[in-house]
Design a protein around this ligand. Sequence first.
Ligand code: SF4
Ligand code: SF4
Length: 362
Amino acid sequence: MKKYDERETLFSRLGLVVGTKEYHDFYKLHPDLKDLDDAYRGVDFRNQLRKDDDFKKLFFPIISNNKLFIKSLHQLVDDYSLKDKQTIKKSFSSNIKEITKYYGATNVGITKLDEYSYYSHSGGLSEAIGMDSYNKLISPTYKTAIVFTVKMDLEMINRAPHFEELMATEEAYLKVAQVGARLSVYLKSLGYDAFLNSSEIYLAPMVPLAYDAGLGEIGMSNHLVTLEHGDNIRLGAVFTNLELDLDSPVDFGLTEFCKHCALCLINCPSHSITHLTRMVNGRQFYKFNENSCFDLWAKAGTDCGVCIQSCPFTQGVDLEKVKKMKNNPEIMDELVKEHLDKHGRRKYIKNELDIIKREDDK
Ligand code: SF4
Ligand code: SF4
């Protein structure tokens, strides 16, 4: 078993400032990444969006302001003091899930946290919202994770890799923070400490937790793929020491289905997705080139999302057939064929949504 280290993630690396001790220490250990990271460091990739300056001035603040709200939500959770402890039985787990949905989650699962769930060190990603913590050792304080999904706007995702895709992802990150903040404050009001693991302040990576909590399987895209919304979701979690009933990973046959589908791999404009698998702490992931993926982002000025849009589960599949597809290659082929007949290799909608159409462009 190996601990994840947030300092090794791409956005943490790009946040390092040339010449600082942190910069030298990191690239002494990872010299192979230095040239590559230096090429992207400081690039305002969103500014590469192929839109005129007026568009950027008018529409970028719709999403860039989200960080202010996310920051205040984290602050609100931190500032809220614990109230008197209530007795909560494990059987209250189903209520907790329903309450999380009431707050806006699409689906909810519960899993345990062990020391390998957590990052070893913070990568300081929170610096972007003013809470720098680079290099901080992360201690595994909490034992239980309430993990949830929030679905993204499909109309927007189907415009990927254009600006609407960025709007969908940024909006979902804010919604994740809202749901998680409300749940965290709720738990604290019952006398149980809570940590909001979402949007820029993570003690643990989300995909393994969501897999363990039974919210979906890990697809060829390396994303969590859910039955109802594919990977058109964002993930969040609230950590607590409340003892709750735990969920288990699900197996609806996605690993085999991905071999019959591979649409994310076929459609990926930067050829970053592969069919080669790798095991990380007992979970199957796929080999993935995050550098070529980010190169595409940097050129397109969005975070692409074509892989999300390409997934049949994102566009909706016949769930009755999915129930029977495990160990049944004919049904898998049928599902892929149905998707291709309906949407083609990729459901891409070219025309802009009204929200970003200017009168002069019409
Ligand atoms: S975001 Fe785009 S470039 Fe990156 S893996 Fe997905 S499809 Fe490929
Ligand atoms: S697009 Fe196909 S191959 Fe990729 S994750 Fe979805 S189901 Fe798997």
